[in-house]
Design a protein around this ligand. Structure first.
Ligand code: ADP
Ligand code: MG
Length: 427
């Protein structure tokens, strides 16, 4: 159902997991590639040596160090929380590619100057792109072939699953659509962990030569350990590469971590980069509200995650376009109402607002008073549709009607959706 609307920055993996990962609105921490690689190294997973840099001069200096220790060639990699950088574009300058090969420190510095402080647009960033604030200077690997390897928690299997494909590299989304048989899935028994036999099966599935299988399997097992021990919800290695001498190596790494595990991983959560996160989601998080920015124009203020999801689905089905997911939680009071309305009205995409409240335990009369108090502080200057149903709704509607507030009353969920769709078409 939820595939009917688009969350900004939605995960690419949903295309290979039947959407299982895309269903929840859990918050997942992302970190940069260079940080992910530090984490991998600490678990014994092989990556090339590399150094991050924030200015072209620093990039040149760090490139010298990497060149001295490494193969004599390096890759300059834009660090943003999105993939597809290799085939991304810097629209201001027209410069192509957020991942580039360099054979001298000077060339690396010049490439860094074309990437740093520029917006990079990739398939995963959306048209607004992301500002590159850091580059990673990484030793270039002698690549024979590129594969795909991911570990994630899969709802359908009820546990961890390894997704592996020999068709790795830059575009796994296309493989998932055009050649789904090239994607192998290996469910792992979370209690037993990943056995050496299973890791070897995966390595064989990835077509490593028999003599290379033990090293590749060892890497896969270690990747599984990082995944479990860090409470990651997803580890994606694309490409998982084989070098010309038959060794498995991780050339890219994308991690997501379960926010509920923050208390267990202070070191990992310290890597949170607020500049990379949706400012609305961050703001909502501060007030214990659940928010996801969507790409429509109807701001939604709803109590309860279930009703909030239903509102998005129903509105989308009826031809409307929600601007956000927002769950006020169960106990709506003036403070939460105020913070929620402030968020929705701050969103430049919001052209009208739908307040959809069902009072089960909560009295909607109390909610009506809370909303009116909140609107004294947060001025709403877009069309407003309000549906208050459930406990004390007769009194609640009376309170709103007598308040002098300018709004359109909805007498049911359906009526609310109809009115939003009709009004939003005129905006
Ligand atoms: P993205 O997925 O964002 O495009 P990657 O890190 O996967 O970024 O890099 C894109 C491509 O660049 C890879 O598929 C690989 O071909 C190449 N590449 C990346 N890092 C290295 C490296 N250290 N050595 C050699 N090639 C690399
Ligand atoms: Mg990649």
């Amino acid at each position: 159902m939820l595939s009917n609307f688009t969350a900004k920055g939605s995960e690419m993996l949903s295309c290979v997991t039947n959407g299982a990962m895309s269903l929840g609105f859990a918050r997942n921490l992302s970190i940069h590639e260079y940080q992910s690689k530090g984490l991998l190294k600490s678990f014994g997973v092989d990556t090339m040596i590399g150094e991050p840099a924030a200015t072209p001069a620093e990039a040149e200096r760090k490139a010298k160090e990497v060149l001295a220790k490494g193969s004599g060639k390096l890759v300059v990699k834009s660090q943003i929380h999105a993939g597809g950088r290799g085939i991304g574009v810097f629209p201001r300058t027209g410069f192509q590619g957020g991942v580039k090969l360099a054979d001298s420190a000077k060339a690396a510095g010049e490439l860094a100057s074309k990437m740093l402080n520029e917006v990079l647009v990739t398939k995963q960033t959306g048209p607004d792109g992301r500002l590159v604030r850091t580059v990673y200077l990484e030793d270039a690997a002698p690549v024979k072939r590129e594969m795909y390897l991911a570990l994630l928690m899969d709802r359908a299997y009820g546990g961890p699953v390894v997704i592996a494909s020999t068709e790795g590299g830059v575009d796994i989304e296309t493989v998932a659509h055009t050649n789904p048989n090239a994607i192998l899935k290996f469910p792992v028994d979370i209690n037993a962990g990943m056995s050496t036999e299973q890791a070897m099966d995966i390595a064989r599935g990835l077509k490593f030569d028999e003599k290379s299988v033990p090293q590749a399997a060892d890497q896969i097992q270690k990747l599984y350990n990082v995944f479990i021990e860090t409470d990651a919800t997803q580890v994606e290695i694309n490409p998982f590469a084989e070098t010309t001498d038959g060794k498995a190596i991780c050339l890219d790494a994308k991690f997501n971590f379960d926010d509920n595990a923050e208390y267990r991983h202070a070191d990992i959560f310290a890597m949170r980069d607020p500049l990379e996160e949706d400012p609305f989601e961050l703001e909502a998080m501060k007030h214990d509200l659940n928010w996801v920015t969507l790409d429509g124009n109807v701001g939604c203020v709803v109590n309860g995650a279930g009703l909030a999801m239903a509102t998005l689905d129903y509105m989308t089905l009826a031809g409307g376009k929600p601007a956000n997911f927002l769950d006020l939680g169960g106990g709506v009071n003036q403070k939460t109402a105020q913070e929620a309305l402030a968020l929705v009205s701050k969103n430049p995409q919001t052209k009208m607002i739908f307040i959809n409240i069902f009072g089960g335990i909560v009295s909607t009369a109390m909610v009506a008073r809370a909303l009116l108090e909140a609107m004294k502080v947060v001025k709403i200057d877009v069309p407003l549709v309000i549906r208050l149903d459930g406990t004390d709704s007769v009194e609640a509607r009376k309170i709103l009607k007598e308040s002098g507030l300018k709004y359109t009353e909805a007498t049911s969920f359906e009526d609310g959706i109809d009115k939003c769709v009709t009004i939003s078409k005129w905006l």
